[in-house]
Design a protein around this ligand. Structure first.
Ligand code: BDR
Ligand code: CA
Length: 316
């Protein structure tokens, strides 16, 4: 069984990523590390604790990571994030205060210790800015050789960005950190907007969860309905809300869901193209590539699996 760490800025689709990992028998979620983005880091930690409690998995530890990017000393949540995920990050749904606390150990120390313990069996899935992973890499450069795979939600290769013309939200928060990770020799899979904007959930699906009538199914229906409502105003060309983060977990567990191209990548860190994820022009002729960039997805297969797994989890 593979081991997984989720590195989350726990908003709505991050919460769905937790649920997808817990609903997947082929993986053991060994911990959740927290970052900033949709909410501040401490709130991401609390949201992860609450979602785990809702799903009956208080055995999974939650760690706090950096509270701002590697190139700034402060972070404020963007208004657009609050609009999409709600001020509390989980669609203004009030889940009970978690009965336990986050761990004392830092996110970075946990990642490094897990990599040394599990090596190739470990998959790290960042679905927020990659500040924590870049810091872990700096502290322990051997991580690239130890960790089996890093599958991240972020970036865009064949479509525009979602916060700037070229910038996707997660990469845009800390382009320098993302650049360090992408240019490292990690075995990487990029699950960017190229594919995540094709896996959409609608009220048809949340209605099924609501009808199940369990605590978890109703809470998730409420949370995701908020997200669907926000997408209807911010992304009115789409017929539903994007399953960005849970798709990254799906692809980490089953790469056959996507078509990829192998590239050596970099992230632009300077204006006017800051946060653009693009091929590294200095490495075009290298014999090997370290990033598999997802450019197409079998959306029906993924959506069917997503609904089957989450519905079974919520029914428990
Ligand atoms: C990404 O940004 C965040 O708002 C979402 O949780 C997702 O990880 C999409 O660009
Ligand atoms: Ca996220």
């Amino acid at each position: 069984q593979k081991k997984m760490i989720l590195d989350l800025d726990t908003g709505i689709d991050d919460s769905l990523a937790i649920a997808y990992a817990l609903a997947s028998p082929e993986v053991d979620l060994i911990g959740i590390t927290s970052t900033y983005g949709n909410v501040v880091t401490s709130q991401a930690g609390q949201n992860s604790l609450k979602i785990l409690e809702l799903l009956g998995r208080t055995d999974i530890p939650v760690y706090l990571g950096f509270s701002h990017s590697s190139t700034t000393d402060h972070f404020d949540v963007m208004p657009v994030s609050q609009e999409i995920h709600g001020k509390n990050g989980i669609g203004e749904v009030e889940l009970p205060t978690a009965k336990r606390q986050v761990e004392q150990q830092s996110a970075v120390d946990f990642m490094i210790a897990a990599a040394r313990k599990y090596g190739d069996d470990l998959i790290i899935v960042p679905t927020g800015p990659m500040t924590n992973l870049a810091a872990a890499l700096k502290q322990a450069p051997e991580l690239t050789a130890l960790v089996g795979n890093v599958t991240f939600m972020g970036g865009a290769l064949t479509v525009p960005g979602n916060v700037t013309e070229v910038g996707e939200a997660n990469i845009n928060q800390d382009p320098a950190a993302a650049n360090q990770v992408l240019r490292s020799s990690f075995n990487l899979t990029m699950v960017g907007l190229d594919v995540t904007l094709r896996t959409l959930l609608t009220k048809k699906e949340t209605k099924l969860w609501r009808a199940l009538g369990t605590k978890a199914s109703v809470a998730f229906a409420d949370i995701v309905d908020y997200y669907i409502g926000a997408y209807a105003t911010t992304n009115s060309h789409l017929p539903g809300c994007a399953l960005h983060d849970p798709l990254a977990v799906g692809v980490a567990l089953d790469p056959s869901l996507v078509q990829t191209i192998g590239l050596n990548m970099k992230v632009e860190t300077k204006a006017p193209f800051a946060a653009r994820t693009v091929g590294d022009e200095t490495r075009l002729n290298e014999a090997t590539t370290n990033v598999q960039v997802a450019v197409n997805v079998d959306a029906p297969a993924y959506l069917q699996r997503f609904m089957r797994r989450l519905t079974a989890l919520f029914a428990q």
